[in-house]
Every structure is written in C-alpha cells, then in structure tokens.
Design a binder for this molecule. Structure first.
Ligand code: SAM
Length: 343
C-alpha cells in the first residue's frame, strides 16, 4: 500500500470510529457479567486479543496498577478481574466508566487528571502502569512519559499509533499534526515511529524496553524500571571512587529537575568500554548513562567518568549508587537526595 493510500485508510478508520462513537457512545466493549456487553467501537474479541498480547501476569493479586487514559475502563476492569488493585485516570469524567464500574461492582478508584498533573506525591507509585492509546493525543509527549516513569515501580505498558509504514527509514522520527491530519481527528498531535517511541521511553527514565506487538500503525512496548542482569556479588576490580553532581560538581543531589544529573568516577573499567555496555542503578532503579569516557581532567585519565540523569520517582533519603559491566558489580556508593525542582 502506498504512503498516501495508508494515510487515507488511517483517516477513514478515524472518521468511522468517530461516527460509531457518536452513534453508540462506547469506545470499549465490556462484558458486564449479566449477559450484557457494552456496544464499543472496539469489539470484546479485539480488546481481549490486545490484552493477551500485553503479556501481563495471569495473577495480578497483590499488584497495584494505574490505568492512565482509561476511557470506558476495559483495561482497568480486566486487570482488576486478574486481581490487581486498580487506579484509573482520565482527563475528563467518562460517564461510561462509572456505569460499567457499578454494573461490575468494581473497586477501581478513579481520578480526573491530565497525565501532566500526575506525580508520585499526588498518587503514590504503582507496580504496573498502563499508558495505552494516549501518547499521540499529547502536545507534550516526553513530559507525559517522564510522569509515567515517575509513577512506575516495576514496568509500564506503553501503546501508541506509529508511523513506520508511512515513512522510509529507521531513524527516530515523529510527525506533528497541526489540525486533523491524523485520522481526521483534531486531538492528535504527534505520532512517532517505533524507534522514536522506544528512545523516548528510555529517555524518560526507563531502564529496558521490550517490544510487545507491532502492526501497520500501532505498537506496544513493555518498559522496565530495573535491569535484569545484575551480578550477585561485588567485584573488587570495579570501584566507584566518587559520585558528584554533573552540573554543580559538588555533593548536592536534587532528586529531580534542574541540576539533577550525576557523574560517577570509577576505577577498573577497560578503556574500550562502550556507553551501552554499562549498567547504572540508583535507589534500585536502572538508568542509561548518557556519557561513558575519559574524565575532563587529564590528571584522572586512569579513571572513567559516567554521566546519567537522576531516575524519576526516588525517595528523599540515603540512596545507593552502583554499576556493573561485563559481569563485574561495583561497590555501593551512598548519596543523600534533597528536594529538587519539578522541571
Ligand atoms: C484512544 S483512547 C485510549 C483508551 C484506552 N486506554 C485504550 O487503550 O483503549 C485515549 C484516552 O486518553 C485520554 N486522554 C487524552 N489526553 C489525556 C491526557 N492529557 N491525560 C490523561 N488522559 C488523556 C482520553 O480522554 C481517552 O480516554
């Protein structure tokens, strides 16, 4: 299918969905358990198929889960049915959600907030966060992803419209839609290709990103806060000598915002080490280094400097910094976090 044919198809699907929505008002088909299924734009079979491909644990008992952009609530109620303690958020008051919640006798807690307003201070944090079908509705996608990361303790599922089929090349790219160019809908702003989506998710603070599924125009990824290859024992060959603030060069560590970047000075890494081979962990959360190389000051040329942003969502307390490379785990270096700015 040519680029223009695919764009026309996406526009047509958007227009048809809008018409169906106006006629029936339900986005999700939800089995209300009493023989009734809500007449959603998306069928029950389709939603159950997507749910299955999210690779969520069958048993979510004991897990807290946040569903951002819940709309009618299919994913909130489905995860609750699997045992999760669910909090649902949308930027408006979706009446259908409340009707379904009552019919299902669901305990899902609802908060009317934009994703931009969400913070750990306001809602706490969650084992699992769902952020599905929201990214391309946002004018400020990275800001939203940073909030999603701050609220996530274990992993987030992030699903979006993608543009890979509509443009050549694999370099990260996003399209901007000033009016209704995407799907004939005026509340779509940005759509990434998959590579851009993955890079933005990592840049927002997630340690690892795995692809869950990808179709012509949609993709979902699972974004983890932790690395999965931490060695069990500390190696005497890899030693953190100092941890400093990357901007102010002192030992102040705002837990977020301006001036919260960190530099580590480490002994024992080979000169050939590459940025993507080094794992950094702060307060239990993994984070990607943005720089791994020789320190600026030549008198420390035997050491390696590693720079990285503060992972979102850390508590204001003593926090351990460690790193590993090629199966060797460093010592833990303790830093004291202080209150940071929001931006
Ligand atoms: C396409 S629907 C996706 C619904 C559901 N998550 C799914 O995947 O089927 C997008 C949802 O995101 C919500 N939304 C849009 N902008 C938002 C924002 N800034 N903050 C929170 N929710 C938002 C919309 O109100 C809508 O319910």
């Amino acid at each position: 299918m040519s680029d223009s044919e695919l764009r026309e198809k996406v526009r047509q699907v958007g227009v048809e969905q809008n018409d169906m929505l106006l006629a029936g008002s339900w986005w999700h088909s939800i089995d209300l358990g009493d023989g009734r299924v809500t007449p959603g734009v998306h069928s029950l079979e389709e939603l159950q198929g997507i749910y299955a491909s999210l690779d969520l644990p069958e048993d979510l008992n004991g897990k807290s889960l946040l569903d951002i952009g819940c709309w009618d609530g299919f994913y909130s109620f489905e995860t609750e049915r699997h045992g999760a303690r669910v909090t649902s958020v949308d930027c408006w008051h979706p009446n259908n959600f409340f009707a379904a919640r009552e019919a299902l006798k669901s305990k899902a807690e609802f908060h009317e907030h934009s994703v931009y307003e969400l913070s750990k201070d306001k809602l706490g944090s969650f084992d699992v966060v769902l952020f599905m079908g929201v990214l391309y509705h946002l004018r400020h996608p990275l800001l939203a992803l940073e909030n999603v990361c701050e609220l996530t303790r274990d992993f987030a599922v992030i699903e979006s419209h993608i543009i890979d089929q509509m443009r050549e090349g694999n370099e990260p790219a996003m399209e901007f839609y000033e009016f209704d160019e995407l799907g004939g809908q005026y509340d779509n702003w940005w759509a990434p290709n998959l590579e851009c989506m993955v890079q933005m998710v990592r840049s927002a603070g997630f340690a690892r990103v795995e692809l869950l599924f990808r179709s012509d125009t949609r993709a979902a990824v699972k974004a983890y806060r932790r690395w999965n290859d931490k060695p069990e024992t500390v190696s005497p060959d890899l030693k953190i000598l100092d941890v400093i603030n990357a901007t102010t060069f002192d030992h102040s560590f705002p837990h977020r915002g301006r001036n919260s970047g960190i530099s580590i000075w480490v002994e024992g890494l080979p000169k050939t080490v590459r940025r993507w081979e080094v794992r950094v962990e702060v307060g239990g959360f993994g984070i990607h280094p943005v720089y791994v190389g020789p320190p600026g000051d030549p008198q420390y040329s035997s050491l390696t400097q590693i720079n990285f942003p503060m992972p979102p969502g850390l508590e204001l307390e003593k926090t351990n910094v460690s790193l590993w490379h090629d199966g060797k785990l460093s010592n833990e270096f303790v830093i004291h976090l202080s209150e940071g700015t929001k931006w």
